[in-house]
Design a protein around this ligand. Structure first.
Ligand SMILES: Nc1nc2c(ncn2[C@@H]2O[C@H](COP(=O)(O)OP(=O)(O)OP(=O)(O)O)[C@@H](O)[C@H]2O)c(=O)[nH]1
Ligand SMILES: [Mg+2]
Length: 380
C-alpha cells in the first residue's frame, strides 16, 4: 500500500513565510518511528513536551511537541523559513507526503481545458489561470529538493503557455479545418498525465526508492557506495555484512532518491536476520526500481545454490534492472553467458575499474523520467 493510502502526511498549519512560530503536523503510522529516530525524547500523548529535533547532521530546532494521538504529532517550531523547510524535508525523507497549505490548493482546471469550451474559457481568462499557476509554483519552489526540480518548476509557466497556445490554435482552425478533438485530447492527456514521473523527479512529496538486492557478498553495498559517491555502507569480503536494510539519500542526475541497501537474500536459521530480510522485502516491494546485483564471478552453469538463487531473484520482485558486478574478475564470455540467461532484463556492467555507464539512465527511465520534463505541464 502506498504511503498516501496509509495517510503518512506532513503539513504546515500556519501560513507560509517567516513568523514567530510555525506549526507542522505529521500524521500516519510512521509517526512513532519518526519520534524514535528524530526526536531527543519520547513524546507522551496529550502533554506538551519540549524536545530537540535532529537530523543526521545535528539539532535542527527545539520545538514544543504535542502528540494528539499515537499517529498524530504537532510540532511548534521557531518559525524561520529555514527551520520549517528543514523539518518538512526531513519528514519527506522519512516517507511522509506533503499536504499543501489551503492557500495553495486551488485546482487548475486542466481537465476542463481539453474541451473546445474549456479552451475558450482559459483564453478569455488567461490572467486568472496564470495567477493560479504562479501560486502553485511558488508553494513548491521553497521545498524543491534539487536544482533540476527547481528548474522544472520554474519552467511551468512557459510549459503551460505553450500547451494553451497549441489548444487555442487547434480551436481557431476548427471551423476551417475540422480538428479531431478527441485525438488531440488523447495525445495531450498522455503527455500531461505523467504524475508518477513528475512526482519522482520533483521529489516534493517524498523521494522514490531505489532498492539494491542480491545474494550475500554480491557487491550490493559496493554499488550503493558508488551511486552515493561516498562510503555510506560497510563493504567487506564476509558474506552477511549488511544485516539490516540501510537507507541513504542520494542524488542521481539531479533527482533525489532513497537508496535502500538490503541484506543478502539467503536461507537462514538466524531469527534476527530472517526478520531483517522479511522487513526489507516489504520496503523493496514499494520501490520504484529494484537493482538486482548479480555476482558474475559465480559460474551460471556450475549448479551452485548461489547461481540458482541469483536467477530466481529475478522473479521475486517487479521492476527489476540488473547490475552485473565483479566483471573485472571474469572474461567477456562469462559476462555474455550471464547476459543470455538474464534474457530480456536490462542490465549494465560493473566492477573495479569498469565504468558504471548507463546505470543512472536506466534507473531514471525505470522511474519514468525521460528528460522531456521541462516541456511538460505539471498537473498538481
Ligand atoms: N573485484 C571486485 N570485487 C568486488 C566488486 N563488488 C564488490 N566486491 C567485493 O566483494 C565483497 C563483498 O562486497 P559488498 O559490497 O560488501 O557485498 P554485499 O552484497 O553488500 O554483501 P552483504 O552485505 O554481505 O550481503 C567485498 O570484498 C568487495 O570489495 C567488484 O565489482 N569487483
Ligand atoms: Mg552489504
Amino acid at each position: 500500500m502506498s504511503d498516501k493510502a496509509q495517510g503518512n502526511s506532513v503539513r504546515l498549519l500556519t501560513a507560509p513565510g517567516t513568523a514567530a512560530i510555525a506549526v507542522v503536523r505529521i500524521r500516519g503510522h510512521r509517526v512513532a518511528e519518526f519520534i524514535r529516530r528524530r526526536i531527543s525524547r519520547d513524546v507522551p500523548q496529550g502533554r506538551l513536551t519540549h524536545v530537540e529535533l535532529c537530523d543526521e547532521e545535528g539539532v535542527i530546532d527545539d520545538p514544543v511537541a504535542l502528540r494528539h494521538a499515537e499517529d498524530d504529532l504537532e510540532l511548534s517550531l521557531h518559525g524561520g523559513a529555514w527551520v520549517v523547510e528543514a523539518v518538512i524535508r526531513l519528514a519527506l525523507r522519512d516517507g511522509f507526503m506533503l499536504e499543501h497549505h489551503e492557500a495553495a490548493s486551488i485546482d487548475l482546471p486542466w481537465h476542463v481545458v481539453l474541451t473546445p469550451r474549456g479552451v475558450d474559457q482559459v483564453c478569455e481568462d488567461e490572467r486568472v489561470f496564470a495567477q493560479q499557476l504562479e501560486r502553485k509554483i511558488e508553494a513548491d519552489v521553497s521545498i524543491a529538493p534539487t536544482q533540476r526540480a527547481l528548474s522544472v518548476l520554474l519552467s511551468q509557466t512557459s510549459a503551460w503557455r505553450a500547451r494553451i497556445m497549441r489548444w487555442r490554435d487547434a480551436r481557431r482552425t476548427m471551423e476551417s479545418d475540422p480538428v479531431d478533438w478527441e485525438a488531440l485530447k488523447r495525445r495531450e492527456l498522455d503527455f500531461i498525465r505523467s504524475d508518477r514521473a513528475m512526482g519522482n523527479l520533483l521529489g516534493l512529496r517524498g523521494s522514490p526508492t531505489v532498492a539494491i538486492v542480491g545474494i550475500p557478498n554480491a557487491g550490493k553495498s559496493t554499488l550503493a557506495n558508488r551511486l552515493l559517491g561516498r562510503e555510506g555502507s560497510i563493504v567487506s569480503p564476509t558474506a552477511g555484512t549488511t544485516r539490516d536494510w540501510v537507507e541513504h539519500e542520494a542524488e542521481l542526475d539531479g533527482v533525489r532518491v532513497r537508496l535502500l541497501d538490503t541484506p543478502g537474500v539467503r536461507e537462514t536459521n538466524d531469527t534476527i536476520e530472517a526478520e531483517a530480510i522479511e522487513s526489507s522485502r516489504c520496503a523493496i516491494e514499494q520501490a520504484g526500481v529494484v537493482l538486482l546485483v548479480i555476482d558474475v564471478s559465480i559460474d551460471p552453469e556450475g549448479g551452485s545454490i548461489d547461481a540458482k538463487l541469483q536467477l530466481e531473484m529475478l522473479y521475486r520482485f517487479d521492476r527489476v534492472k540488473c547490475v552485473l558486478s565483479k566483471c573485472d574478475l571474469v572474461d567477456a564470455a562469462r559476462v555474455d553467458r550471464w547476459r543470455r540467461l538474464l534474457n530480456h532484463y536490462e542490465s549494465v556492467r560493473s566492477g573495479r575499474n569498469v565504468p558504471l555507464s548507463g546505470l543512472c539512465d536506466l534507473i531514471l527511465r525505470g522511474l519514468g523520467i525521460d528528460g522531456r520534463e521541462s516541456e511538460r505541464p505539471l498537473v498538481w
